[in-house]
Design a protein around this ligand. Structure first.
Ligand SMILES: O=C(CO)COP(=O)(O)O
Length: 281
């Protein structure tokens, strides 16, 4: 049923709000992202560059309503099977329903309008002890609902002075979860890996471009050829100034933004930088 999966464009810019915003701020933020006068989302570019918001669970439903209203204002293009703006969830359980108090069903997440489920984030691994096996099971459950798993991978320790060793160590650490997830999901299912070095999350600056480019190349080699689309993004203090000349644009399929997307101006700057390298509107 590969045709039921969303089509992933060349470039993706994803924003996770983690647990930073109040519900009111999340809804105001999404409205601002979509406002045509803010020039952030260009629906015509969706087959080249897609944006997605990953709010907390509580605001998925009202965000989906806002997106529905927004899509109704656009001229319909039946040839496009991908919406102009995607919605994601920050986690899910590996079963679709049952006696699992406090967990969130991937089937419900899908029913509310999400197409992406973020899994295995460093914070879930370090604070909630989430394992590779659990993340892989959640990825399979996500694909079973025809959504795209967004799997976070990244080495824990900051690189030492020997560059080649640091890259090899990072790829080795990332490969464990990459392989576990690929073994758990159908070959034709689209998947996104966010390379997020743990030591670069929540910092003033992202990881160095050369390090990211080399590790992402290693991750792509681990993924290898598969029928389903696989995109590899960078996350970890990513923001304006990281994509353009001499930046990550040549090395990754997009970015996973956290704090540096909290202000609309920051998102606009990042979108502009990506658009310049794509030569789109
Ligand atoms: O963890 C991240 C995205 O999932 C990155 O967060 P920051 O950009 O705030 O470091």
């Amino acid at each position: 049923m590969a045709s039921n999966y969303p089509i992933l464009p060349e470039k993706l810019l994803l924003i996770s709000l983690k647990m930073y915003f109040t519900p009111e701020r999340t809804l105001t933020y999404l409205r601002e992202l979509l406002k045509p006068s803010n020039e952030i989302v260009h629906p015509a570019n969706r087959n080249k560059l897609l944006l997605a918001l990953i709010p907390d669970f509580l605001t998925i439903w009202p965000c989906a309503q806002i997106l529905k209203e927004y899509e109704a204002t656009l001229t319909t293009d039946t040839a496009q099977s991908t919406p102009p703006f995607l919605l994601g969830a920050q986690d899910c359980f590996w079963e679709p329903q049952g006696a699992y108090t406090g967990e969130v069903s991937p089937a419900s997440i899908r029913a509310l309008g999400c197409t992406i489920v973020e899994l295995g984030h460093a914070e879930r691994r370090s604070i909630f002890n989430e394992s590779d096996d659990q993340t892989a099971r959640k990825a399979a459950a996500t694909c079973a609902q025809h959504m795209v798993p967004l799997v976070c991978v990244g080495e824990v320790t900051a690189p030492g002075p020997v560059v080649s060793q640091a890259v090899g160590q990072a790829v080795t650490e990332c490969a464990v979860l990459v392989r576990a997830v690929l073994a758990a999901i159908p070959d034709d299912a689209p998947v996104i890996f966010a390379y997020e070095p743990v030591w670069a999350i929540g910092q003033p600056k992202p990881a160095g471009v050369d390090h990211v480019a080399a590790v992402v190349q290693g991750i792509r080699a681990v993924i290898g050829a598969r029928p389903g689309t696989a995109r590899v993004l960078y996350g970890g203090s990513a923001g304006p100034g990281l994509w353009g000349k001499g930046g990550l644009g040549h090395a990754v399929d997009g970015m996973f933004l956290g704090r540096f997307a909290h202000e609309i101006d920051g998102v606009r700057e990042v979108v502009r930088e990506v658009e310049e390298t794509l030569a789109v509107a």
